[in-house]
Design a protein around this ligand. Structure first.
Ligand code: ZN
Ligand code: ZN
Ligand code: FE
Length: 755
């Protein structure tokens, strides 16, 4: 007889793990108990040696698809009595370290039942099972049991109760288990909140078919939906939401439909259909019926598949793709409550598809893309968070990192687990700050995290910097681009020194200028700035991010060493009024409100402006994305000079802009200019890294910062580095943009605090 105690750690709650253990125990005839604890799942078994061994093998090899076993600790234990195998009540004490499962897209079995007239859940909009459904968004506390979720208020009917208590059933202990007799209900309301007659799904579909906008309560917040093929409906949505230009996500009914609108590779198809069900950025097809107003001139669409029963029911009733954008008022976090939705979205939506299962955690859709067969995240949220990023080596201390300002996340680091939060959004308003604090409190509670150190950006004006200084913990400031590179290192589980290339729009530099085209010799502790792009003045400072001709003026004035002559050239590209011209010259001559920046993002803007793509950006990065979209493949490039006379080296891009101006005079095609510009920027990265490798002997190159969301640049750089015998490190678990900053901050703080 063998008596064992088995402790299983990882994502083992809410994924059908205990029923699985129960079935395996029956199969091999072992006796004992299994239970949820705040740390995971604990099992006690006895049986003869052979039985117990086979039981253990099955535990390891046959775990349910959504379970992630991170650790399985087996030890001998005192003999105990048991004449059957049972699921014991959850234990409530001890350290909370169980990993909470992200929400999971509706599984195939549930979809089949949803559309099966003979099933008792036919068309029930909240169907779920142990393999699918809401998790993180309905959890108030751990262990993950119904009384601690927003399902607590729904008492199961006898049929549901039977499934819930029947170990072989696929709804055994499925905490959100429900049916139309006992569970949450769905209804359609008008703008005043009045419940409308008729089938909620059919009526919502009818509104959408008539070009109306419907607010739909989802897993982690509201969506605003409309017909993605209707210019009119989208125009209305954009005007009412005051989201004039940013691309909108589109939900399609199936992979087959997705392929009608976009090019979809095997890897992209797998991502679309995964239980994470993210928005995947895909190259748009020429003849796609999706309105140009969805993604403008970006050349790609963000598509995703239905991931809740409500989506499946709705998509079955409409014969067009749906714009599904987060239901928020411009620059505020996504709305989660019915009353708040009616109050805040009534000026936008014509109808409201509401339900009475509360959303406890805000959870935006994730956005991702594929690079070289691997995932390349843009926004890490639903389906991913709060699953931790595993790190090597483990941290000795617990750290809270607050991130930067835009596209923010925070990160709680403990041991080898980095809990990078779901996407929080921009941190500029009180509402956004509220969302941040709410998400932080819930994460700390769920995982019993108690950070000893707080880490933050060096930018004195960021809200997150202010917050860090208000927290009663020792604070560690981390330079923005250092954080980007260390986040890429941590993402790739790389330690020690690397050459880091951090290219982005804006980051606070330690010399008081704005950085963003940086080459650093870097490790987890510190960095040396070895090279950077030529710094240009930004006349009018942040105004340059949107008024691209202003940034172009900054570039031209350095390129021709004379503001007057620069203005004349600028006027060749665009009308500039006398007054504005005088202000620009005054700002540049006197250095008034014209900080210097080495930002790579700004140079993409200027190239796009010069190529005639646009002169006003409606959001940060728009012009650069459009420049990428029109770029033609070319082996030609412009000149640049790597000036190695001083440390840090400077990559002088003035010859490049002189050549673009010359190309314009000969009437070169904008696509040609865009292609040559991308190639030049890629060569600048590769050549600089090759020279830095000669100096330092270091061959690993970490690529990070929002500019590397540019797939054309990224692939040219990666290929160029490899051809030169260097090893590129590319993000695959966290975004290269500021959504990944908190991870880098946390790792730097863990390595520098008290050491
Ligand atoms: Zn299911
Ligand atoms: Zn029921
Ligand atoms: Fe950045």
């Amino acid at each position: 007889m063998t008596y064992l105690s088995i402790k299983v750690r990882g994502i083992v709650q809410g994924v059908g793990f205990r029923p699985f253990v129960y079935r395996v125990a029956q199969e091999w005839g072992v006796k004992g108990t299994v239970s949820n604890t705040p740390a995971g799942v604990d099992i006690r078994v006895h049986g003869d040696n052979g039985q117990v061994r086979l039981f253990l093998d099955a535990l390891r090899d046959e775990a349910p698809p959504q379970a992630v076993i991170e650790e399985l600790r087996v030890s001998e234990t005192e003999p105990f009595e048991a004449d059957s195998f049972e699921i014991a009540p959850s234990g409530g004490d001890g350290e909370k370290s169980v990993l909470v499962s992200p929400d999971l897209a509706t599984c195939e079995d549930c979809v089949r039942e949803l559309f099966d007239e003979n099933d008792r859940r036919f068309r029930y909009p909240f169907i779920n099972c142990t393999n699918c459904g809401p998790r993180f968004t309905i959890i108030g506390d751990t262990p993950y049991d119904r009384p601690l979720t927003s399902m607590a208020g729904f008492t199961m009917c006898p049929d549901c109760e039977r499934e819930y208590n029947d170990p072989p059933d696929r709804r055994y202990h499925a905490q959100p288990n429900a049916c139309s007799a006992c569970g949450p209900t769905l209804w359609l309301a008008d703008r005043e909140g009045r419940r409308l007659e008729g089938d909620a799904i059919l009526e919502a579909a009818r509104l959408l078919g008539n070009g109306k906008i419907v607010a739909i309560k989802g897993l982690g917040g509201f969506h605003l939906a409309c017909d993605a093929t209707s210019d009119l409906a989208i125009g209305e949505l954009r005007a009412r939401k005051r989201r004039y230009a940013k691309p909108l996500a589109v939900m399609v009914g199936s992979i087959k439909q997705a392929k009608g609108y976009c090019e979809v590779s095997v890897d992209e198809e797998a991502l679309l259909a995964s239980t994470k069900s993210p928005i995947v950025l895909l190259p748009e097809k020429e003849d796609s019926p999706i309105s140009r107003r969805v993604a403008g001139r970006l050349g790609h669409q963000g598509l995703f598949l239905p991931y809740t029963p409500i989506h499946h029911l709705l998509m079955a009733e409409v014969d067009f793709p749906l714009v599904m954008t987060s239901g928020n008022v411009s620059s505020e976090p996504i709305v989660t409550g019915n009353r708040k939705a009616l109050r805040e979205l009534s000026g936008i939506a014509d109808g409201f598809l509401l339900h009475d299962r509360d959303i406890l955690v805000r959870y935006d859709d994730s956005v991702t893309r594929v690079f070289e067969g691997k995932e390349y995240p843009i926004r890490r949220s639903r389906g991913y968070a709060p699953y931790p990023i595993r790190l090597t080596p483990a941290s000795r201390i617990e750290v809270l990192a607050l991130g930067a300002e835009l596209k923010n996340t925070f990160c709680l680091l403990r041991g080898d687990q980095a809990f990078v939060s779901q996407h929080i959004g921009d941190m500029e308003t009180l509402e956004e700050l509220g969302h941040f604090n709410e998400a932080l409190a819930s994460m700390k509670r769920l995982f019993s995290l108690n950070p000893q150190v707080v880490s933050h950006d060096l930018h004195p004006d960021y809200l997150t910097t202010q917050m860090a200084l208000d927290v009663p913990l020792p604070a560690v400031g981390v330079q923005h681009h250092h954080a980007h590179i260390v986040s890429c290192m941590a993402d790739n589980r790389v330690e020690g020194e690397v050459i880091g290339v951090a290219w982005d729009g804006t980051g606070y530099g330690e010399d008081g200028t704005i950085w963003g085209g940086e080459f650093m010799l870097c490790d987890e502790k510190g960095y040396r700035r070895l090279a950077h792009l030529y710094p240009y003045p930004m006349p009018g400072s942040d105004a340059c991010i949107y008024k691209l001709h202003r940034m172009a003026m900054g570039v031209l004035s350095e390129t021709w060493d004379n503001p007057e002559s620069a203005l004349a050239r600028l006027r060749g590209l665009r009308d500039v009024g006398d007054e504005e011209g005088a202000v620009l010259i005054m700002q540049l001559e006197k250095g008034l409100n014209s900080p210097l920046t080495s930002s790579a993002g700004r140079l993409f803007d200027v190239a796009a402006f010069m190529a005639g793509i646009r002169s006003i950006a409606q959001y940060d990065g728009q012009a650069a994305c459009e420049l990428e979209a029109v770029a033609l493949g070319t082996r030609e490039h412009y000149e640049f000079i790597l000036d190695q006379s001083n440390e840090p080296w400077v990559i002088d891009t003035r010859p490049l802009f002189r050549e673009i101006m010359a190309d314009l005079e000969t009437g070169t095609d904008p696509g040609e200019i865009a292609g040559k510009f991308h190639r030049t920027m890629a060569l600048a990265v590769v050549e600089t890294c090759v020279e830095l490798n000669k100096e330092t002997g270091i061959g690993r190159v970490a690529l990070s910062g929002g500019v590397f969301q540019n797939k054309l640049l990224l692939s040219e750089v990666v290929q160029g580095l490899r051809t030169s015998g260097l090893e590129p490190l590319v993000h695959y678990r966290v975004p290269c943009n500021d959504g990944g900053i908190s991870l880098g901050q946390a790792v730097v703080a863990a390595n520098t605090y008290a050491s």
